[in-house]
Ligand binder design. Structure first.
Ligand code: GLP
Length: 256
């Protein structure tokens, strides 16, 4: 089963966020129609900011029903203290959980240790996360950004697509891209990420990319499945959509 993800090219980041919001709502409606609690898997990063702001505004205005949604996180840095404001848990708490009126422990996180600098998850912890995720009944919508090197979650180029949730050594380019978010530019060297096989089990996948810095990665993601570009795995998913802006689409060849 191979095919291209559906690609929607929109004018700019605001349009991307608006369209992404519609697709989130579609997935929620679809799950509820099938009498399931919707399961939403959240990515972090700048690509998600405008979408999460829109959802937060709707939740505050009670225009978005959030009480029955199960929330899962895609990845997390390893070795940060539990209360570190730079963790993905903290980011998702600020942008999603708090505005939605949800407690921060209502987010299923990939295990990133017990919060101590030296804590390191064991294989049993990683397996337990996969079991907990499966126990939710599967992800209805997996949100994804894309790294400049084509990574999804923290699955770096060369990652075996069969892998489930695992520990990764972060690529130098990934650490450089995220340096501005850490004091002194000191980015953790490792992370825990859902694997490509975990991501691919989602019923629907929505990847967002904006800006010219993502153009090369977007082009590689659509050029043909290759281990060198983890995002190209979306080509073998039956319901993947890429919503991108014109700048991120800058290196795509026009299809007539
Ligand atoms: C980060 C995250 C990814 C994210 C990507 C792009 O390192 N692990 O989940 O999608 O890089 O981030 P941004 O949207 O900030 O460019």
């Amino acid at each position: 089963m191979s095919g291209a993800p559906r690609v929607e090219v929109l004018a700019g980041p605001d349009d991307v966020a608006r369209r992404a919001q519609e697709l989130v709502y579609d997935a929620l409606v679809h799950a509820r129609r099938e009498e399931r609690r919707p399961v939403l898997c959240l990515a972090t990063g700048r690509s998600m900011e405008l979408l999460y702001a829109r959802l937060a505004a709707d939740a505050r205005a009670e225009a978005l029903r959030v009480d029955d949604i199960d929330l899962v996180a895609l990845d997390e840095y390893l070795g940060l203290p539990a209360d570190d404001e730079h963790s993905f848990r903290a980011e998702l708490t600020r942008r999603v959980l708090t505005p939605w009126g949800r407690r921060s422990d209502s987010l299923l996180m990939p295990p990133a240790g017990a919060g101590g600098h030296s804590a390191r998850p064991e294989q049993a912890d990683l397996d337990a996360f996969e079991t907990a995720l499966a126990g939710l009944g599967g992800v209805d919508l997996q949100l994804l950004g894309i790294g400049r090197n084509g990574h999804i979650g923290f699955n770096e180029p060369g990652t075996d697509w069969q892998r489930g949730t695992h520990i990764v050594a972060l690529d130098r380019t990934t650490r450089a891209a995220n340096a501005e978010q850490f004091p002194g530019g000191v980015v953790p060297v490792e992370a825990v990420t859902q694997g490509v096989s975990t991501i691919m089990r989602a019923r629907r996948i929505l990847l967002l990319a904006t800006g010219s810095a993502k153009a090369e990665a977007v082009a590689a993601a659509l050029a043909g499945p290759s281990l060198d570009c983890p995002a190209s795995a979306l080509q073998v998913h039956p319901a993947a959509v890429m919503v991108i802006d014109r700048e991120a689409a800058g290196l795509l060849v026009e299809q007539s």
